[in-house]
Design a protein around this ligand. Structure first.
Ligand code: PAF
Length: 286
């Protein structure tokens, strides 16, 4: 496995793979890799001959008071994990390589509607930063296929719309969330949790599962379920950001007649913001 840091090196290597007729898969990441990321690499391996994993902590998607500076940078460890996972090439550019003229003067991509609400509301500019860097990574790597985690449900919806609206010739694959045995979704930010917060963290998944069961059974009082969940999370020591039941396709608040539903949750434990989601099918009585 090779690691390159510049676009020039990346393009030279990829050109030779392309000449050999190889199908190229891309796994965009911000590093600090865990089993969730390695599952994305595995999916990419199944869909492509060559897997490129990008590692870039994208400053454009962080707000002013967020964890850009403290975000863990663990390149050597990430490379070891990727090598063992059968990844082909690591692209780890510097911020200067990606944004040579700085962030303020850089073109930005806005994906309307699905970017609005939920994380888009509490992290203004976040999805603009994601859509911009993902577009650039697609232009740099020109992959046939790219794999993203379903844990970032809204992000995946934003990327699917970006690709559809701009007619990008790349297939998007969503990979299921990988969880610890107690249900906590794997996330690079789990490392910020204290031992006590880590003990409490699975309540997030338990809360979604409890709501999910009631939705599956046909319950339609979404506001009531959301409020119950909010109270439950607060009693358990969380500071909920949002907990919303949405239509899985539009990400708009679910209507009683909707059958494909997703529960979207973001909540703070101490200073750590955790996000998660659960999709369910509602039985509509006939
Ligand atoms: O999901 C992430 O790690 C990031 O948002 C992504 C897609 C790599 C863009 O920076």
């Amino acid at each position: 496995m090779r690691t390159v840091h510049t676009l020039k090196e990346l393009r030279a290597i990829l050109a030779s793979y392309r000449q050999q007729g190889k199908r190229i898969g891309l796994v965009p990441t911000m590093g600090n890799l865990h089993e969730g990321h390695l599952a994305l690499v595995e999916k990419a391996r199944q869909a492509a001959d060559v897997v490129v994993t990008s590692i870039f902590v994208n400053p454009m998607q962080f707000g002013a008071n967020e964890d850009l500076d403290s975000y863990p940078r663990t390149l050597q460890d990430d490379q070891d994990k990727l090598e063992a996972a059968g990844n082909t090439l690591v692209f780890a550019p510097s911020a200067n390589e990606v944004y040579p003229n700085g962030l303020a003067r850089h073109t930005k991509i806005t994906v309307p509607e699905v970017s609005e609400g939920h994380c888009g509301a509490t992290r203004p500019g976040h999805f603009e930063g994601v859509a911009t860097v993902v577009t650039m990574l697609f232009n740099m790597v020109q992959p046939d296929v790219a794999v993203f985690g379903e844990k970032d449900f809204q992000q995946l919806a934003v990327i699917r719309k970006l690709v559809a609206d701009l007619v990008m010739p790349v297939e998007i694959i969503g990979a299921p969330t990988v969880r610890d045995a107690d249900g906590l979704a794997k996330s690079s930010r789990n490392g910020y949790l204290s031992a006590e917060e880590r003990r409490l963290a699975p309540v997030l998944h338990q809360t979604m599962t409890a709501i999910g069961q009631r939705l599956t059974q046909g319950e339609t009082d979404h506001a009531g379920l959301e409020e119950e969940a909010r109270q439950g999370l607060m009693s358990a020591g969380f500071r909920p950001d949002y907990i919303t039941i949405v239509n899985s396709q539009t990400l708009k608040p679910a209507r009683p007649e909707d059958t494909e539903l997703t529960i979207l949750v973001a909540a703070f434990l101490g200073t750590t913001r955790l996000i998660d989601n659960l999709s369910v099918m509602r039985q509509i009585p006939t």
